[in-house]
Design a protein. Structure first.
Length: 196
């Protein structure tokens, strides 16, 4: 039901449909304008993203970004489009903009994740170190930050520092599954490297 409704709303929004009505019934103003139109387009872009139509979603979001440059939700969605289209540098720029303005930890996490995908280790580690500095020693947040710092070091081939971070996590929580998996991966890599 939602699909036909969206098509009808799109046609009404563009003024392509003029429903017939009796003369004694006043016409409804069905055109969306201003913020109502922007909200509709954001929802429509989200629907397109969920269906995997990244090109069309990107076109809508680029238009929205130009008219609403401070709307962080538009920039978040645009970052997703860039990432899905393997435009990782643009995705990083979009997340950097969001991270710099939102202060939300989830945005910081996405920024750091995409920074790692771009092999931009310093900004990612700055996020993780910030989390570590704010966390109580041994807390779940501190352990997550240490594990992420270790993962970043692992990706850079700094195996000794990565191992030190993972060992810190496991000393505080021997059952920490991610740190344990990362440490096992590191050991497989170093074993393979030593045997070559």
């Amino acid at each position: 039901m939602r699909g036909p409704l969206i098509v009808l709303l799109s046609l009404l929004l563009l003024g392509c449909v003029n429903p017939t009505r009796p003369d004694d019934v006043p016409a409804l103003d069905v055109r969306l304008q201003g913020e109502q139109q922007a909200a509709f387009l954001k929802d429509y872009a989200a629907l397109l993203l969920s269906r995997g139509d990244y090109d069309e979603a990107g076109r809508i979001l680029e238009t929205l970004r130009r008219s609403h440059p401070d709307d962080l939700e538009v920039t978040r969605q645009l970052a997703e489009v860039y990432e899905k289209n393997d435009q990782l540098e643009l995705a990083l720029l979009a997340w950097e903009r969001v991270h710099g303005r939102s202060g939300d930890r989830r945005d910081a996490a996405e920024y750091a994740r995409v920074a790692l995908l771009n092999e931009q280790f310093e900004p990612a580690e700055a996020v993780f170190q910030g989390w570590l500095d704010e966390a109580s020693p041994g807390s779940p947040d501190a352990l997550m930050a240490l594990n992420n710092l270790g993962y970043s070091r692992l990706l850079q081939g700094d195996y000794a520092q990565a191992e030190a971070y993972f060992e810190q996590v496991l000393a505080a929580d021997p059952l920490h599954t991610r740190a344990r998996a990362n440490l096992e991966w590191l050991r497989r890599l170093t074993f393979k490297h030593e045997s070559d």
